[in-house]
Design a protein around this ligand. Structure first.
Ligand SMILES: [Zn+2]
Length: 277
């Protein structure tokens, strides 16, 4: 796609008029990094909804299925590198234009690109949390243990999915050996907020404080279909702060936007960073 100077000029103008931006990012920022998006341009699910917190915590079979798929999907997540959108937002942050970068992504790619102080609203897939003793350990360490216990699964290859999961429909997961916490024997869970789970209150409060301090909101690569992200746009509009969005396709906030740039997010943010950073 060729550049669209008119839309990019409007975006640069928006960022020039509003010096301190509250930036809210989503899956669209990471598709260039090989992490597929959950939703299509109409905001509908592209594949069956991901596992819920209640199913993960309540059912051994759900955990077997989750970790088997995760074992196979993890190398794609671990190998993902920041893309143009991550780099451009890091540049804008470096230039002092980002009050807070709040991401709905769990891939850690904003930090990898050099953004400082980003809040991972939905947690991080590169960390494992023990639900018994609260110890956090690197996901990479668990991968070694998952492979050791399940050598035949480690051989499988499959298409990667957004949360480091992989497509393995139709397989029998009942023999998958799920490790427990080596310290307390507790249940291990990826340190991400699952569907049906609440975002930790202190994380939400920190984000709302930053929103209060910001001049405007810039949504980048998100359809805002998940309420935990959408509510920040609602709050901004209620407080009279303008909201711009760069997203290919519909967003839940379309009627609330001051500016909508329907262009690839990497390209649009690169143009913005060149213009004002
Ligand atoms: Zn533990």
């Amino acid at each position: 796609m060729s550049a669209n100077p008119a839309a990019y000029a409007e975006l640069a103008d928006f960022a020039t008029r509003h010096r301190k931006l509250f930036v809210l990012t989503g899956a669209g920022c990471s598709t260039d990094s090989g992490i597929p998006d959950y939703r299509d341009v109409d905001g509908e699910w592209k594949r069956p909804s991901p596992v819920t917190y209640q199913a993960f915590m309540g059912e051994e079979s759900t955990r077997q299925r989750y970790w088997a798929r995760s074992l196979i999907g993890w190398p794609t997540m671990a190998g993902a590198r920041p893309g143009a959108a991550h780099r451009a937002l890091a540049q804008l942050g470096e230039a002092g234009r980002v009050g807070l970068l709040l991401t709905q992504n769990v891939d850690g790619l904003h930090e990898a690109a050099g953004s400082r102080g980003a809040i991972d609203l939905h947690g991080r897939i590169d960390t494992v949390r023990c639900m018994g003793c609260e110890q956090r350990t690197p996901r990479a360490e668990l991968q070694v243990e998952l492979r050791r216990r399940n050598p035949r699964w480690a051989e499988l290859e499959a298409r990667a999915a957004p949360d480091g999961d992989a497509d393995l429909e139709g397989r029998d997961f009942s023999s998958f050996d799920v490790p427990a916490c080596p310290h307390c024997g507790g249940l291990l869970k990826p340190d991400v907020v699952f569907f049906g789970e609440s975002v930790p209150k202190e994380r939400v409060n920190a984000a709302f404080a930053a929103l209060e301090d910001a001049d405007a909101v810039l949504v980048a690569g998100s359809s805002l279909m998940v309420y935990s992200g959408f509510r920040f746009v609602q709050a901004a509009v209620a407080a009279g702060k303008p909201v711009a969005a760069v997203n290919l396709g519909r967003t839940r906030a379309d009627p609330l936007l001051s500016l909508k740039v329907e262009r690839p997010v990497g390209e649009a943010l690169t143009a913005l960073a060149q213009e004002i950073a």
